[in-house]
Design a protein around this ligand. Structure first.
Ligand SMILES: [Ca+2]
Length: 127
């Protein structure tokens, strides 16, 4: 009987330790705030909505918020404040092909072309 109580207590201690590690990781994942990829996902969705309406990719990101005079433009495709990268800088947009584009942040160092750049292209889906 004593052996059962000791092993039960051991199982409870191990389960508690495992749960506390999971809980700590869960809390830390929310403490960091929204993902730095969130504005990329938001812009990608807006670009695809524009593409559905206009039948082509926007020439620039300003096309998402500035009417172009066509009857099929039913924007703005981005509501509220225009998304910027996690460091408050403008996200760069480049058309790569008829259906392909790239969104780029210069990253925390503010310098384009360094290893901390964040790039989301339609040819390299979600990071
Ligand atoms: Ca950089």
């Amino acid at each position: 009987m004593r052996r059962i109580i000791v092993s039960t207590a051991g199982v409870i201690l191990i389960a508690g330790a495992v749960l506390s590690v999971f809980w700590a990781n869960h809390i830390n994942s929310h403490r960091d705030g929204p993902s730095p990829w969130a504005p990329f996902h938001m812009l990608t969705a807006a670009i695809r909505m524009y593409e559905l309406d206009q039948g082509k990719l926007p020439d620039s990101l300003s096309d998402l918020v500035e009417p172009d005079g066509s009857k099929t433009w039913v924007g703005p495709y981005v509501g509220g404040k225009f998304p910027r990268d996690a460091w408050g800088k403008q996200i760069q947009y480049r058309v790569l092909g008829v259906k392909d584009f790239e969104l780029r942040s210069v990253g925390p160092d503010g310098v384009e072309g360094t290893s901390d750049d964040m790039v989301k292209g339609t040819q390299q889906e979600n990071p």
